[in-house]
Design a binder for this molecule. Structure first.
Ligand code: CTP
Ligand code: MG
Length: 220
């Protein structure tokens, strides 16, 4: 099975509020995107495409290995992954889509995703349980209900797909569609999505606190 890795790194990182795009923000001195590429490569996925903001092609080329392919992303994550998928071509059997914003994802997570694909899954996502009581609220913030926690999961990346299934799903999706992840894209095409165990260390860096936590993890 030949798998290609896509690292979504074309966002601006508004919620992190740094002086540069989030994927270029350093963790222990190295840009987040470098950590994310390493996770895929350490798990044996050597062929990697990274989506980058148009204005930052040069900055990404400077920090990433020469054999990583750079593709200009779009205005949304959905548009960015669509562009990378096109660039990946139709040779790979499988595609793993990973967030640059999950720098400390252990390669074991990638291994579990690859194993599920090898066992026949057409789509698979790493997930974690929800440990807090989770409720719904109305416009005033008043509780309207409690969700059945046993049925809830937090979804991480890398998400793995049969390349053909993911490409077909993107082809069916309207050009301006904006979905939060690629599992949602294949679900619009009616494809079943399997789950494997995620890892707390694969947490997404979204706000400054998340980066502080990541710095503590690598300092240990
Ligand atoms: N991403 C992308 N193209 C976009 C938007 C996001 O490739 N147009 C990538 C980001 O670079 C990130 C991943 O998708 O690695 C997850 O998105 P998110 O955490 O929301 O990052 P940002 O969009 O950069 O952050 P924010 O939403 O706070 O601006
Ligand atoms: Mg975003």
């Amino acid at each position: 099975m030949h798998a290609v890795g896509i690292v979504a790194a074309a966002g601006s990182g508004l919620r992190l509020g740094a002086d540069r795009p989030k994927a270029l923000v350093p963790l222990a001195g190295r840009p987040l995107v470098c950590w994310a590429v390493d996770t895929l490569r350490d798990a044996g996925v050597g062929d990697v495409v990274v989506t980058v903001p148009a204005a930052e092609l040069g900055a990404f080329a400077t920090v990433l290995p020469m054999d990583v392919r750079l593709v200009v992303g779009g205005a949304t994550r959905t548009a960015s992954v669509r562009a990378a998928l096109t660039a990946a071509g139709d040779r790979p059997d499988a595609v793993l889509v990973h967030d640059a914003a999950r720098p400390l994802t252990p390669p074991d997570v990638v291994g579990r995703v690859l194993a599920a694909l090898a066992a026949g899954a057409r789509a698979v996502v790493p997930v974690l349980p929800v440990v807090d009581t989770t409720v719904t609220v109305d416009d005033e913030g008043h509780l309207t209900g409690t969700l059945a926690r046993e049925t809830l999961r937090r979804v991480q990346t890398p998400q793995g797909f049969s390349r053909a299934a993911l490409a077909d799903a993107y082809a069916l999706l309207p050009a301006d569609a904006e979905l939060t992840d690629d599992a949602a894209v294949v679900r619009t095409a009616g494809i079943a999505v399997a789950t494997v165990a995620g890892d707390e260390r694969a947490a997404k860096v979204t706000v400054p606190h998340d980066l502080a936590v990541a710095e503590l993890q690598v300092a240990r």
